[in-house]
Design a protein around this ligand. Structure first.
Ligand SMILES: CC(C)(COP(=O)(O)OP(=O)(O)OC[C@H]1O[C@@H](n2cnc3c(N)ncnc32)[C@H](O)[C@@H]1OP(=O)(O)O)[C@@H](O)C(=O)NCCC(=O)NCCS
Length: 181
């Protein structure tokens, strides 16, 4: 497998994470408002967790099970967010996920970064379907999915168990045929 590429958009550079990003990841993900609406980000975000997470990226890319990009402004290079796709190669399918650091919310960053990762997923990884879910108390994420051209496909009651509670999830998806229609 070739190395994970770096992607570019008008304002952003999406690159693989480096271990040297760990402190910054801990700083941004340490805010409860990031953990609260995601299913996999722990809170509190303790020392070593970011290093552990970043260390999984290269093997997961190599085995084709997941791709994760650090979102950066090219002139600053410091991480401002992350976008990833968990891959299910047997089905040519992936699950999109993202977070953006609090100081950068409301600038269209998630939409711009995830839009480019979607393009990469369909064009380069040759996926046929990408889906994503969000908790109902996170309408901003639903809006991002709408802006990405994804369609609402369902409401999954008590679908996830996270931090001691069952979470309803709203399911959005997009398929390759939608993008050429
Ligand atoms: C959800 C998240 C990624 C959005 O990032 P962002 O860079 O601010 O997103 P964008 O600026 O691209 O788009 C946000 C959209 O939501 C809208 N929005 C914000 N708050 C909203 C609310 N309470 N209700 C409805 N829409 C809302 C914004 O107005 C914007 O839409 P617009 O362009 O039509 O005005 C960010 O808030 C985040 O990281 N949250 C914590 C982690 C998380 O929830 N990740 C997603 C898990 S599914």
């Amino acid at each position: 497998m070739a190395n994970q590429p770096t992607l570019k958009t008008e304002r952003l550079e999406l690159r693989p994470f480096h271990l040297s990003d760990a402190k910054r990841v801990q700083e941004l993900c340490g805010d409860r408002r990031i953990a609260d609406t995601t299913l996999h980000i722990p809170h509190p975000y303790e020392d070593g967790m970011a290093e552990e997470w970043i260390a999984t990226h290269r093997p997961k890319w190599a085995e084709g099970s997941e791709v994760t990009f650090a979102v950066t402004y090219p002139h600053e290079r410091e991480v401002i967010g992350a976008v990833g796709v968990r891959l299910e190669p047997a089905h040519h399918r992936g699950e999109l996920g993202y977070w953006v650091g609090l100081p950068y919310w409301g600038r269209g960053i998630a939409t711009e970064a995830a839009g480019e990762v979607l393009r990469f997923a369909f064009a380069d990884l040759r996926l046929n379907r990408v889906y994503a879910t969000y908790v109902p108390r996170n309408p901003a994420s639903g809006r991002v999915m709408e802006k990405l051209g994804m369609q609402r496909e369902g409401y999954l009651r008590s679908h996830a168990f996270a931090r001691g509670i069952y979470e309803d999830l709203i399911l959005f998806g997009i398929i390759a045929a939608d993008r050429t229609a």
